[in-house]
Design a protein around this ligand. Sequence first.
Ligand code: HGY
Ligand code: MN
Ligand code: MN
Length: 410
Amino acid sequence: MIEIDRERLWRDIETLAGFTRPDTPWTRRAFSPEYDTARRWLKAAFVEAGLAVELDAAANIIGRRAGSEPGLPPLVTGSHTDTVPAGGRFDGIAGVLASLAFARALEASGTTLRHPLEVIDFLSEEPSDFGVSSIGSRAFAGKLSAEQLAMTDPSGETLAAAIARVGGAPAALAEPLRRMGDTAAYVELHIEQGRVLERAALPIGVVDHIVGIRRLSLVVTGRADHAGATPMDARFDALAGAAKVITAVETLANAMNGKPHYVVATVGKISVSPNAANAVAGRVEMILDLRAGSNDVLTDFPELLMTRCDLGALGFEIAPISTAPVTDCAPEVMAAIAAAADRLGLGHRTLTSGAGHDAVNAAFTGPTGMIFIPCREGRSHVPEEWSTPEQLYDGARVLAETLLALDQSL
Ligand code: HGY
Ligand code: MN
Ligand code: MN
């Protein structure tokens, strides 16, 4: 009998969340000392749970448990352990630790699945300081480009060098690490990061689609000048121009949303030069985060935005950073999740994910599904992010029950 250890799972959350920058809880940025320490703890926990641990060429931590039929492709589960700056204690680690709890339960009961099991901590799922997100799972599926590997962080280190520094082999990433068919099924547990389950008072969400995400660099250029001595009609104020762009982003997303697709967009990151109170801004760099239920919207939005921004003599450039397509979850995995919840007497509903996940890239290697658990007021990417021990336990039980069922049916 497979029993998830509820108390141990909660203690793991408290331990892993505790690896944070002390001054800004909860922050565990990829490639940071806190992240390295957390991953050392995680590897030891994987070993203790009976998993054979390896780092793949993308520096994803893979814990593997052999199956009775070694020729079968693995059942894969996991998520990520990095956070956004001043993020929460559940985004990512809930999925990794629920997967670990399942591996522990197999070990404790001496259960061998038919399929090999892989528990993965994917490297750097959040938008990294290199500008790219989902680094490990993109590489897993062969979607990390040479241009992205050459991107640099503010220190000037390239992403390729950072991957090598944490134990990966960037030269091997020109090819997919896994191809379609290499994964029997991928199931990821994650907090919803929205309000649907909480409002419906349901403990389990069965994800049907994951929105497509496109991130673009928006740069407005003008001329830096003295803020006092420069007449208004002689200014080329890049920050005033950027304000028009940001407002146009919001107006366009509101105009497109629900007609018929889910469309959201924001500029959440901005840097101003020279960024001085008494200087007219000469250059503004922004990152646009665009999400939609349609790949066509992801394609068309930048052009539409450009036509809606009259910036006069200011320069305005849009350049692509990354794109993740709309992901349809596999019906057979969705059905297995729903049936598992039913067997456990847990209410559930299908819903779309407005957040991006490693599952988007895992879907290029095999049938993929996600299990959502509620989080308080839908808040995430903030220190107030919260799920209860019961919600986490329910999600972990559904994950375990789903993987056991897929092990029999696939
Ligand atoms: O940004 C996202 O959607 C995810 O939380 N990384
Ligand atoms: Mn996140
Ligand atoms: Mn996440």
